[in-house]
Design a protein around this ligand. Structure first.
Ligand code: NAD
Length: 351
């Protein structure tokens, strides 16, 4: 059935604002009318694309044709833009991290409740195939019960030299990639997080973290480790997963990796091996003894279009929203604990 498109105005027409516009051009049910940006260069770019250019935020939120305001500005401005848009009767799609902290997200949720508008955060990395493959391994118990997950994002170019290096604008890798990674771990493990430990790396940036290591301990003792590095000239695998009956590895976004599963309860006695300057029996490999089998990674056919589709359907009362605001708020609270852990240089309790 043909859908009546929702009219969208994009606030912040930089990298991510442009990306949303491209996506929405492909979808027939969102129509981008115009943009607002503080940079002349971006206004020019928008005009060339045939988009309207709003002089300021008031002009955006007062445009009666606009149904949805999409926020893709630096992180410190999200709360105020969202509140203004909802108070003017607009629905809001907001980039991550939703806000600078949990209190700002609580403000947004209060206004969402008062106005009845939809506010949703673009947690697009819930649709990454590598994550969905790991989640399938967990859900299908391919390697038994998953008890430890590691996710690493490694690059070697440092932080781009813009607002991402400024604390006041919500820079740093914990608020950037950390939001995605923590959000996904909370989706994977349906449990209380009892402890949070985080350390920051400051290789070239003293003001914000240019890398972090974050460890969550869940109520059952299961653990999730997340690491982001921007000075890793050799990257470690994206995912490493341990279950009671096997392990899995995903090396990169190209989905190269494998699952190794224990095939038997019989454990033949291991022969000690020479390891470095010593002997080890505990760490002896399995020498093709048939007790384990390699399997391909599960491939998941997912598309980020589901996010946009779900927003459209939710606005029309036909679905409930996938990315829930209380989940987003929980991630912001968790990140606050991570910052606290860095400051105190110790593990801190959470839920
Ligand atoms: P960017 O610097 O490329 O673009 C931001 C744009 O906002 C710029 O054009 C800037 O001129 C404009 N701007 C700044 N303040 C403004 C204001 N008050 N009003 C209007 N325009 C303003 O940054 P980006 O990479 O596009 O990041 C924007 C947001 O998107 C951030 O919140 C970031 O975390 C998020 N992001 C999300 C993903 C994702 O995968 N979901 C990826 C990248 C960025």
């Amino acid at each position: 059935m043909k859908r009546t498109p929702l009219t969208v105005a994009v606030v912040g027409f930089g990298g991510m604002g442009g990306h949303h516009v491209e996506h929405m051009e492909e979808l027939t049910y969102f129509q981008v009318k115009g943009i607002q940006d503080i940079r002349k260069s971006q206004e020019e770019l928008a005009r060339k694309k045939g988009l309207e250019v709003y002089p300021d935020l008031s002009a955006v939120v007062e445009d009666e044709e606009v149904d949805v305001v999409l926020i893709a500005t630096p992180n410190d401005s999200h709360r105020d833009i969202a509140v203004s848009a909802m108070r003017h009767g607009k629905h809001v799609i907001c980039e991550k991290p939703v806000t600078m902290n949990a209190a700002e997200m609580e403000d947004i949720m209060q206004v969402e409740k008062e106005t009845g508008q939809l506010f949703v955060v673009h947690q697009n990395r819930r649709w990454d195939e590598d994550y969905l493959s790991v989640k399938a391994i967990q859900d299908l118990e391919t390697i038994g019960e998953v008890f430890h997950v590691e996710c690493r994002i490694h690059g070697s170019r440092g932080i781009p030299g813009d607002w991402r290096q400024k604390k006041a604008q919500g820079g740093g890798m914990l608020l950037d990639w950390g939001v995605h990674l923590a959000d996904r771990q909370l989706q994977m493990f349906d449990e209380r997080v009892t402890h949070v430990n985080c350390t920051f790396q400051h290789i070239r940036n003293m003001e914000v973290d240019d890398g972090f290591r974050l460890m969550l301990t869940f109520e059952s003792g299961k653990t999730a480790y997340m690491e982001v590095g921007t000075f890793n000239y050799i990257g470690l695998p994206l995912w490493y997963v341990n279950g009671t009956q096997g392990s899995a590895v995903i090396h990169s976004w190209d989905m190269d990796g494998k699952v190794t599963r224990l095939e038997t309860d019989r454990e033949p006695d291991a022969r000690p091996i020479q390891a470095g300057a010593g002997l080890t029996k505990t760490m002896a490999p399995r020498f093709d003894d048939g007790t384990v089998k390699d399997l391909p990674l599960p491939r998941i056919d997912a598309s980020i279009e589901e996010f946009y589709d779900n927003v459209y359907q939710t606005i029309h009362g036909e679905e409930s929203i996938i990315v829930k605001n209380d989940e987003v708020l929980r991630v912001m609270r968790l990140l606050e604990k991570a910052f606290e852990s860095v400051e105190k240089m110790q593990t801190v309790p959470f839920e």
